[in-house]
Design a binder for this molecule. Sequence first.
Ligand code: BES
Ligand code: MN
Ligand code: ZN
Length: 502
Amino acid sequence: MEFSIKNGNAAKELSDCVIVGIYESQKLSDAAQVVDDASKGFIAKIIKRGDMDGKLEATLMLHHVPGMACERVLLVGLGKEADFAEKQYCKAVRATVKAVANSGASDVITFLASLPVKTLTTRRKVAYLTEATLDATYKFEAIKRKKQEGKAGAKKGITTLIVNVATASEVKEAEAGLAEGQALAAGVALAKDLGNLPPNVCTPSYLAEQAVALAKTYGFKVEVLERDALQKLGMGSFLGVSQGSAEPPKFIIMQHLKGAKDQKPVVLVGKGITFDTGGISLKPGSEMDEMKYDMCGAASVLGTFKAIAAMALPLNVIGVIPTCENMPDGRAVRPGDVLTSMSGLTIEVLNTDAEGRLILCDALTYVERFEPSAVVDIATLTGACVIALGHHASGLFSNNDALANELLQAGETALDRAWHMPMWDDYQPLLDSNFADMANIGGRAAGSITAACFLSRFAKKYDWAHLDIAGTAWKSGKEKGGTGRPVPLLTKFLLARASKLN
Ligand code: BES
Ligand code: MN
Ligand code: ZN
């Protein structure tokens, strides 16, 4: 999709479709007024007839509007003018993308970014519009043999989008917003693609290849550690999970070092289980295919790296991905086995399906060497988190409230929310084991909290936060697919850190 910024006149644009907004009070936005004037009251007449009430997200596609150079005019309801803020703006944008997708238009100019929106700068308005448009038009076509394009009567979808801004002096700022939105959308799309790929394609080796390819494209440092190196490091916990699989484990380290030399890095750690059968503690069969998404933490780290690399973000960021499969096998780890983690702490594996924490704990020990300013791990860690928060918010756990607040705030502005969960010491005894320093599960109650408590034992040397994305990383049912979350949250978090430091 091609994007550009313009400061033009809604009536004079030669395009397939011009998008303008109407408030619920029936007040026209400036651009809608221009259309109404050029068409001698055509828009006002339609409103009077009751075909467009201006309610938020309502849309009406008009054809052959007199006096207009374009083929169609899409009216979108903006709701109450006094309430028109960030969330309403975003909803209106998404509604227009949907309406255009249902039409034959492919060459589109939108006047939504020229609307005044409380709390949003032009840069942010354009960035969001770009992101949302690309997000809503994402299609996973890497595998399907029959592509949609070329079918008789098939809609082309948006191919060019011109984003209009209210004044010529805003064009530069809008262009920066456009670049930011495109970079973020590219990261989100990468995370979705990796999640959506089947587990026989998206293996640990495949993830490692993607990291190497990304590093080559953007010129950052990457390293992939193989089994023998992991053995030397003493990653007995990570290797324990991988030992039942025919696919070799990989440990990926990416380094985006664009901050000052002495600036301590932010480290992102992503869970990369490319398929989670549960191991010997086998999962039930229904919907087990969805466990291909158990590498979405890793995908979000790769996606975030793509976004910040495309933005050339001036910050030091290190991405670490332990990746393997969790399979049942003659060599697989058994319930009752005791593993020795890289930290030296021993772990009794009471359930081989609680494997995410077993691979992450060694990664959390490994990253101590970077003397991080903060470590954030991202993992599809527990079904319990889905029960607690559903599919709207990721679970956030942290040993540092300031860091937790930074992430919460980033989630709010990115519309990719997290919710701060408790991690009081009272929960820690649930992990007691009679045979090792700890057990890998804490029982059914507070499952997402005990999982976080387990990780916290390996993250004592730095400020650390954990995002449980089990409910947010993908959608089930008819719209089954990766969401690309929490790439927006992570990218916003890093953008905010960079702007604080520079
Ligand atoms: N990958 C799963 C978590 C998961 C489950 C994510 C369902 C999304 C949907 C994880 O490895 C797992 O199996 N966790 C167990 C932990 C339990 C054995 C303590 C779970 O949540 O059931
Ligand atoms: Mn599992
Ligand atoms: Zn898992």
